[in-house]
Design a protein around this ligand. Sequence first.
Ligand code: NDP
Length: 284
Amino acid sequence: MAQTLDGKLVAQKVLAEVKAGVSALKDRTGTVPTLAAVLLGDFAPSKIYVANKKKMAAEAGIASRDFLYPEGLSQPDLLALLRRLNADPAIHGILLQLPLPQGCDEDEAIAAIAPEKDVDGFHPMNLGHLLAGAPTVLPCTPAGVMEILDHYGVELKGAEAVVVGRSRIVGKPLAQLLLARHATVTMCHTRTRDLAAHTLRAEVLCVAAGRPQVIKGEMVREGAVVVDVGINRLESGKLVGDVDFESASKRARAITPVPGGVGPMTVAMLMRNTLQAAKRQLQV
Ligand code: NDP
């Protein structure tokens, strides 16, 4: 049976470091890092994500301010709000919860956030820095995956790494981070012919497809390390990943569970990014 890669445990470690950093920053400058949480619309999962992020912020000593618009906002009003937050020196990070309701242009909104306050790491300039090999702020989920791999001492140099999914927020930046650590990286997507032929080669298999249990045990290489980014709620209400945990854990050497794997890491990395953003803005 595979070892469980415990994201909750690693997230607690990151959070403790952030908490110490926040406290040191406060002692030195009198400033409490502050996160603006912007939530448009009434999408239940987004409300839960924002509540979780605020809870973890409070645990880390980070202040949060709410900008909640259950009725939504027009695109011009959203851009005006983001400009206001950009200009407010008391706000160090802006969390714009995605997806935005229909009618809002996500790309334009993300690009309107000041890059130095983009604690999600989605701004094109920050993604560009990552591609250029000089990252400033890292997207939280891929950074969280790397933190788990590092915590458990997974060797990446020269490893065959396969990333299933090529989204801008998970798959692409994760592939870039693995490449930067000298893995040999293959990216798979919906047009990939014979997905299993690729996943079976993976020593490190990272799955962010948004399809419940699409990766079965027989698609996993014996002894692989499997990171399951997916979070899917089945009709039964059960949360599952993009990997079939039961069959995959019979072949993998180590695997992240869902829940309790990558999810808590994403929020912990957001806290780390907020602290770093505050430090950069305060130039300490
Ligand atoms: P997207 O829907 O934006 O992207 C999914 C990607 O997977 C696409 O590139 C798509 O390919 C590819 N894909 C879909 N189905 C298949 C398939 N059958 N075979 C191969 N590739 C496939 O999703 P996200 O990247 O935003 O999220 C992925 C998953 O991770 C979701 O379950 C999401 O809930 C979860 N998530 C979890 C987070 C966490 O904190 N743990 C944070 C963010 C996301 P194509 O490009 O060709 O369409």
